[in-house]
Design a protein around this ligand. Structure first.
Ligand code: CP3
Length: 341
């Protein structure tokens, strides 16, 4: 089998030049994505359509030859499979009916797989259709981040509704996170069984919590998910991404058991370098440097490569690529990382 550079780095080897991929690399900045998206109907229809989901997953690989491909789906298919209603509104993002403490007992993590079967089908087809050297990353949202959408019913800038919910109803919050932990672990295990080579757990809203809440609502559930996944698949790398965790990044790898730490762009290079002494890191270019291009992009890439380039490093953005990003800037970034510029 061909070597997958991404997997070598994820398992702790220095690889030069570093493997590279982008969070949200399949998406609206690509004209071919916008075309397929029109054909699919709604965004959720696209997530549950294996043929089209495979197509949009492959689009950025064909165009850019990234070292890893990420399954096309969304973190919110898990609450959807648990029976919560979900729709994506143009210009607004996900909308759900806010969950109440009394609704939690009826969530059944065991029953998610039937609804998620199209996602597993997408994974199976992808592993066949991807180039051999391209790793396939499966993913889920971390329970806290998924819960923020279930509780507020939509995205918010600071997750105030979920923090208040957790302080007013601590037992209900634990119960909800417990159900999501069970569903997410089972979901990830199925993705690996069907062909995913690595897993990323997106805790995009980890950074809004105080330390005790971070430990209870972020670290604890993710630790349990990693434990369950590792019990079945000890050699499959797990990437943890507690976005904006700041100083709380320090113990995240050792407490949760994730192999790779996903860093957002606010992590200083000195801290990133320190974290890299304990294992592989992924990140952490500011997506707005990629959008802006030119000197800002060159300097951002150079700083990361100078500080972290000896590895183990997986080059990525510090959060998802945005729809306004020019495609030429992605090409430029790849040349810089792969040193052909
Ligand atoms: O290419 C990839 O990275 C794979 C697919 C992927 C999507 N969402 C597709 C998507 C992944 C890994 C996600 C994760 C996700 N989804 C997260 C965690 C990462 C992060 O960005 O913080 C979160 C919080 C969500 C929830 C979500 N989905 C939001 C808030 C939105 C609306 C924001 C937006 O950009 O419109 C989505 C929609 C979404 N998920 C789109 C895509 C390509 C855009 C929808 C469209 O095409 O109309």
């Amino acid at each position: 089998m061909t070597v997958r550079k991404f997997l070598l780095a994820a398992k702790g080897q220095g690889v030069f030049p570093p493997p590279v991929w982008l969070m949200r690399q399949a998406g609206r900045y690509l004209p071919e994505y916008r075309e397929t998206r029109k054909k699919a109907g709604s965004f959720l229809d696209l997530c549950y359509n294996p043929e089209l989901a495979v197509e949009v997953t492959l689009q950025p690989i064909r165009r850019f030859g990234f070292d890893a491909s990420i399954l096309f789906s969304d973190i919110l298919v898990v609450p959807h499979a648990l029976g919560r209603d979900l729709r994506f509104e143009e210009g607004r993002g996900p909308v759900m009916t806010p969950i109440e403490p009394g609704d939690i007992a009826s969530l059944e993590p065991e029953s998610i797989h039937e609804k998620l079967e199209p996602v597993y089908e997408t994974v199976r087809r992808l592993r066949v259709e991807l180039p051999d050297e391209t790793a396939l990353v499966g993913f889920c949202g971390a329970p806290w981040t998924v819960a923020t959408y279930m509780i507020a019913g939509h995205g918010t800038p600071d997750q105030a509704p979920s923090r208040v919910f957790g302080y007013r109803h601590p037992e209900a919050m634990d119960e909800l996170l417990g159900k999501l932990t069970e569903a997410s672990a089972a979901y990830l295990i199925r993705q690996i069984e069907n062909g995913a080579d690595a897993i990323q757990i997106f805790d995009s809203w980890a950074g809004v919590l105080d330390q005790p809440s971070f430990e209870r609502w972020c670290v604890k559930p993710v630790t349990e998910i990693v434990k369950r996944v590792k019990a079945r698949f000890p050699d499959v790398p797990v990437i943890g991404f507690p976005r904006n965790a700041g100083l709380l990044y320090a113990n995240y790898r050792s407490s949760t058991g994730v192999d790779v730490l996903g860093l957002d762009w606010t992590v200083p290079m000195s801290q990133a370098s320190e974290l890299q002494t304990q294992g592989p890191v992924q990140g952490n270019l500011d997506p707005m440097r990629l959008l802006a291009g030119g000197k800002a992009l060159e300097e951002g890439v150079r700083t990361i490569l100078e500080t972290l380039g000896n590895g183990p490093l997986i080059f990525n953005l510090g959060h998802g690529i945005t729809p306004q990003t020019p495609i030429e800037h992605v090409e430029q970034m790849l040349k810089l990382v792969r040193k052909q510029a």
